[in-house]
Structures are given as C-alpha cells and as structure tokens.
Write a protein that binds this ligand. Structure first.
Ligand SMILES: *Cc1c(COP(=O)(O)O)cnc(C)c1O
Length: 462
C-alpha cells in the first residue's frame, strides 16, 4: 500500500517514507491510498489476541512488509514492556452501560505513551537500518512532549526538541518534560499558548529547505504512524467487551487535535462496528460547533481544567474533511485555503448530515467537568482526570437506552491535581510522579518569536 497527501501533490510514498515525512511536502496530511478492510469473521478471530498480537495484525495491513515481521514484533514487545499493566490498555467496567478504557498506564501517565513509545522505537530502528539522522521537533500542550521525550531519551542517532507554552501546562507535565537531563533532549518553554507553539512548528516544517537541512521529523499526530498506533486500542476495547458483536457500542473520546478520534474514524472505516463516535471537548469547543452547525471556525482560546484539550485549531481535522469530501484532494485544498483566507469552513446539506451521522459532540463546561469528577468519585469510588471527565459528560449526553459506551481515560488524575484539588479530593501520587518534585529542571524560556526559536534549534542540532 502507498500513502498520499490530502492535498494531492505528493508522489505516493511507502510506509517508512510516510513516517519520515510527517507533514506532507505540499502542506497536507498523509493518508493511505486505500483503507484496508477487516471482515466480521477476521474481527472475531482477533478476539482472543493480546494487545501486542492485535497491534501486529493491524500494522501488517499497513506496513507493506517494509519492516520484516520479526523486527516489528520485537519493536512492539519493547514498546509496551514499559507499561505498568500487562494488558497495556485495560478496560474497567463502571456500570451496566459504561466502561472506561484506561490509556494511562505508560511511562508518562497519559494516552500519548501508547503511540509514542512505539514511535520512539520505530525512529530508533529507522535510524539504525537506514543510517538516518532523526531530529524530532514538536509542540505540545503538555502530554505529547512528555511522552515523546520518554520515547526517545538517551537513544542514539536521535535528538528531540519540544516547545511547550510557558506556565500553561500542568505542574506534573512540566516536570515530566523538564526533569529529563539526557543531552539529546531540549525543552523550549515559549511565552504564548499552544496554538502559537504549533504555528511555529508548522511554519518550520513547511519550509522544506529548513526541514531537509536539519532532518526534522514530527511526533505530532500529523504523523500517520501515531494515528495508526491508536487504532489498535479501539479494536482492543471493542473486542474486550463481552458480546460486543450483539451490542451497540459507542466510544467517547476526549479530543483536542482530533488525532485520537480520527483513529476511531479510521477503525470504523476498516470495519470495526462502532455505533456512535462521540467527540468530547471542553469549552474550546470548535469541534462541537462544527458538528452542530457545520461551521468550523477557530474561536477565542480559553484556559480550562483539561489543558491538553485547550486547542482551537485541530490539526487532524483535515484528514476527516478529506474523507468527508469524497477523497477529493482538489476540493479539500479549496476548503483549506478558504480556512486560511476567511478564517472558517462551512459545510451544509448532505455533508452536514454525514458529519452528524459520523459523530456526536459535546463541549463540557468547566463546572460540568468538576461536577462529573465529584459524582463518579462519590457514586463509584472511581477518580477521573478532567479530560476523561469531559468524555464521561459526553457519554451521559449521548448514550442511548440499552447502548454500551466505552469512554477513553486519556490521563491519570495525578497529572492534573490542580483540578482535583478544586473539589477537595485528596489523591495519592503514584511513586514515579511523586519523585519528579525532587528533581532539578532543564529548560530554556524563550519569547514567541520564530527567529529566536530557529537560533536555539540550530545551536542544538549542529
Ligand atoms: C492529547 C490529549 C487529548 C487530546 O487528544 P487529541 O488526539 O489531540 O484529540 C485528550 N486528553 C489528554 C489527556 C491528552 O493528553
């Protein structure tokens, strides 16, 4: 299978070249030329597989044998050996209609580890096999950076620079990134918000000369391998629910950059019979507004209790729009340039009806988020992190009678104790998190200025 750009101006690429390219050279996002289909019979055969075995089955549909099976198997085994649960992403039943898929058992206690532990191993493998220099550059609202740094710290042939918005990530997120003192890691703490950081990164990746000269590689969910790694737990979750073939299974996903939920869309296109895909956001509710009205228009940035979802420009939205427009790269390019020039995209009629059949969406309010955490602690003695709480609020809004919903727990509550404290719940920190508070920090604070950031990068990469 080959991979093409949503904007239509990149020669079809293989799997590894797609991973290395990250953002497509024409400014689009890479997608498979054809989405492979998984039949109901195959799905049933997969029911007994371990997480790692399921990963291998799914990836084998996409990698074109560019990575020999035994190598891939070893990469997967190493990637998930760092998880604290043997099931990697265990499923927790809360009540008759609700399960929570815990995606936070990796090294940095958020779902980003699931894809980035693998991506770190994969980059390292590519570096060894191809003699490639890998210079990772990324922006983070907190969790991606921490997970990416853990994925590659100390690995030979790889350097990583992560931009995060100064003072706008949680304390634990900041510590997870900045207490790493390996010499292949650079943390730039930028005065500005996440969208500012992401904008600089997008500009640098769009500068093909700069990207090539410095061997820049992406870890953001613009990279297709992250999307693919995340489809694995949609299959896994579905297959773990007893009798799922006879049930209506919804999946509710705390969303920001639209990466995680796009993986769900991909899984559904492959044939996973998900009933409703529910987009949960916070008061930065661009996706909720889009699903309800057809207008996709970045609004004013708001700081909320779920900072990893404080995002106005959802990078992966372009992938979905591409499929919504019938895989028409020209049409998609038209919409994207309209977004540039007019600051919004609008769909109506049949297209809007399609959007509304693909997704339900809720932007949980700040108070609703806290109330949900309090309610589930009291009723089920289960502590939600504020992102997961938005997912649960969306489950409550959209799960119909007799339906079963799997809500993704995208982070461990200890990562966001600032919010948990507001409702006077005292939690014990897991030992690896408690230990961070004693460690020295390493970061460079910079202005939100592209030239300043470029100088820091040149000094680090050269
Ligand atoms: C990154 C993140 C999200 C949002 O995921 P996207 O793939 O960007 O939509 C939600 N919750 C947590 C805890 C995160 O770290």
């Amino acid at each position: 299978m080959k991979y093409i750009s949503t904007r239509g101006h990149v020669e079809p690429k293989g799997f590894i070249d797609t991973v290395l390219m990250g953002l497509a050279d024409d400014g689009g996002l890479m997608v498979p030329e054809q989405i492979p289909a998984v039949s109901a019979a195959t799905l049933e055969e997969w029911r007994s597989l371990s997480y790692q075995e399921l990963f291998l089955k799914i990836f084998s549909l996409y990698t074109n044998d560019e990575i020999p099976y035994e190598d891939l198997k070893e990469l997967v085994a190493t990637s998930y050996s760092t998880f604290r649960s043997p099931e990697v992403t265990p499923l927790h039943q809360v009540n008759d209609s609700l399960y929570v898929l815990e995606l936070f058992h990796g090294p940095t206690f958020a779902f980003k580890d699931v894809a980035l532990q693998f991506m770190g191993e994969l980059y390292s493998y590519i570096s060894r096999k191809r003699g490639e220099i890998i210079h990772i550059l990324g922006a983070t609202s907190g969790d991606t950076g921490a997970a990416a740094i853990q994925g590659v710290r100390g690995k030979e042939g790889i350097k990583i620079c992560i931009l995060h918005p100064h003072g706008k990530v949680s304390k634990v997120q900041e510590l997870q990134m900045t207490t790493v003192d390996d010499s292949n890691v650079l943390n730039l703490s930028v005065h500005g918000n996440f969208d500012d950081c992401q904008k600089v990164i997008k500009d640098l990746f769009a500068d093909l000369d700069f990207k090539g000269r410095y061997h820049l590689r992406a870890i953001n969910s613009i990279n297709f391998v992250r999307i693919l790694a995340q489809t694995v737990y949609y299959f896994y979750a579905y297959l773990q629910v007893e009798g799922s073939a006879e049930k209506k299974i919804n999946i509710s996903v705390p969303s920001g950059n639209f990466g995680n939920i796009f993986s769900g869309y991909l899984a559904k296109q492959m044939g996973l019979p998900i009933n409703k895909l529910i987009i949960a956001t916070n008061e930065n509710n661009i996706l909720e507004r889009f699903v309800n009205t057809g207008e996709y228009k970045p609004g004013n940035f708001k700081s909320t209790y779920s900072p990893s979802m404080d995002i106005q420009v959802a990078s992966n939205f372009e992938r979905y729009l591409y499929y919504l427009l019938g895989e028409d790269a020209e049409k998609l390019s038209g919409y994207m340039s309209k977004l540039q020039s007019e600051g919004k995209i609008t769909v109506d009629g049949e297209l809007l009806a399609q959007v509304q059949s693909d997704f339900d969406a809720l932007g949980a309010k700040n108070q609703q988020c806290l109330d949900t955490i309090g309610k589930y602690k009291q009723e089920y003695d289960y502590l939600l992190d504020p992102h997961t709480a938005c997912g649960i609020a969306a489950y409550e809004a959209f799960s119909g009678n007799g339906e079963t919903t799997i809500t993704f727990a995208t982070a461990h509550p200890a990562k966001f104790d600032e919010a948990i404290q507001l409702i006077a719940i005292k939690q014990e920190f897991p030992a690896p998190i408690a230990a961070l508070f004693e460690m020295p920090q390493h970061q460079t604070v910079v202005e939100h200025d592209k030239e300043v950031i470029i100088r820091e990068l040149q000094a680090f990469y050269e």
